[in-house]
Design a protein around this ligand. Structure first.
Ligand SMILES: [Zn+2]
Length: 354
């Protein structure tokens, strides 16, 4: 990994109430050079239908920017958008939506070298500011591709508060997953004689701490949304600084990837899957998972596998698959022998949290 290479930081991180109603003022304040440049807005049809007024308002603020409804979060779609951006000499791409839209817009901006303004409609994971985009390549297969981080990130707290609760819960799960991810990073560094990038480590740790130790327990409050937004962005920047996803992704993410790749019929969002994975990961790492379990209970984030249709056999198989799903990623799983009895006990303990 490019541990000693340069890294970028966004020029603007605005987390404000009704930020989308004056996004042009925000950009004028931080990056005046971008004002008046040809702009395109990437979103999805269902979001355009729901948030028509907001998106039209943003379009108006950016010189009647064209609104494109993307069809798939795929490599081909990102390349097609990038092609248009280059040919039509568009300088700014605005991504308005959830993870799928933001990853596609981010990658299109990366290829076309356009400035990228990230406007999340929900906070479901930490990819909004990360140097990676997850896109479909061929036959439904998905790849994680390196790319540039956003030029600007604008979070409208009112928008996030009105987003479906499960998406915010997913963002919470992806943040709490950093606990076991960071431990796995240390384990891997120790084994390979490499080192964890201190600043990236601290940033990710602080992102986790700010949410885990948050006094505000109402996830629909402005205070909580502000803290969660910043935590997710800091997680992304930790990956940018480390030049890898290690500060935010360990064995709990391998578990989530195993579900995504081998059990696509299981309907569980990324962040919830990593939350579910963090409890067994904690146990494998010989840490007490009780704090995490209590935290999830407080925010009503359900980690009982059966709530998502995951049986005990599937659960055990997911952990078996997690070992091989990302070859080369060293985690506690490399030192944890497959123990069907222990996995059964963990499964039943997690069921009892329901
Ligand atoms: Zn994640």
């Amino acid at each position: 990994m490019n541990q000693h290479s340069r890294f970028d930081l966004p020029l603007c991180l605005a987390v404000e109430e009704d930020a989308f109603l004056h996004s042009d003022d925000i950009i004028k304040r931080y990056i005046p050079d971008l004002i008046g440049q040809k702009t395109v807005i990437i979103s999805e049809q269902n979001l355009i239908d729901i948030y028509r007024d907001k998106i039209n308002d943003i379009s108006h603020d950016f010189g009647d920017a064209e609104i494109i409804a993307m069809k798939s979060a795929s490599f081909d779609e990102a390349v097609a958008i990038a092609k248009r951006v280059c040919i039509e000499e568009i300088r700014i791409i605005i991504g308005f939506g959830g993870g799928r839209v933001l990853d596609t817009a981010k990658y299109a901006a990366h290829i076309s070298k356009a400035a990228y303004i990230c406007m999340p409609s929900s906070l479901s994971n930490d990819s909004l500011a990360s140097p990676f985009a997850v896109l479909e390549t061929e036959n439904g297969a998905r790849r994680t591709l390196e790319c540039k981080i956003p030029t600007a990130i604008i979070v409208d707290t009112n928008m996030i508060i009105s987003a479906p609760e499960v998406q915010t819960l997913s963002g919470i799960g992806d943040t709490i997953a950093k606990h076991t991810a960071l431990r796995d990073w240390k384990i891997s560094a120790m084994k390979t004689g490499s080192r964890t990038e201190d600043f990236a480590y601290a940033l990710s740790r602080m992102a986790y701490d700010s949410v885990y130790h948050c006094d505000e327990k109402d996830m629909k409050s402005r205070v909580f949304i502000r803290i969660l937004s910043r935590a997710l962005v800091m997680g992304g920047l930790a990956m940018e600084i480390a030049g890898s996803s290690r500060p935010c992704s360990g064995s709990e993410h391998l578990f989530a990837h195993a579900i995504e790749e081998y059990y696509p019929q299981v309907r569980i969002s990324h962040g919830i899957a990593t939350a579910m994975g963090s409890v067994p990961a904690c146990i494998f790492q010989k840490q007490d998972p009780e704090g995490l379990v209590q935290f999830f209970r407080t925010y009503k984030l359900c980690i009982a596998p059966s709530a998502y249709g995951i049986t005990e056999d599937m659960f055990a198989d997911m952990w078996e698959k997690a070992r091989t799903v990302r070859p080369g990623r060293i985690t506690i799983l490399d030192d944890t022998p497959y123990d069907r009895v222990q996995l059964g006990e963990i499964y039943r303990m997690m069921e009892e949290t329901r």
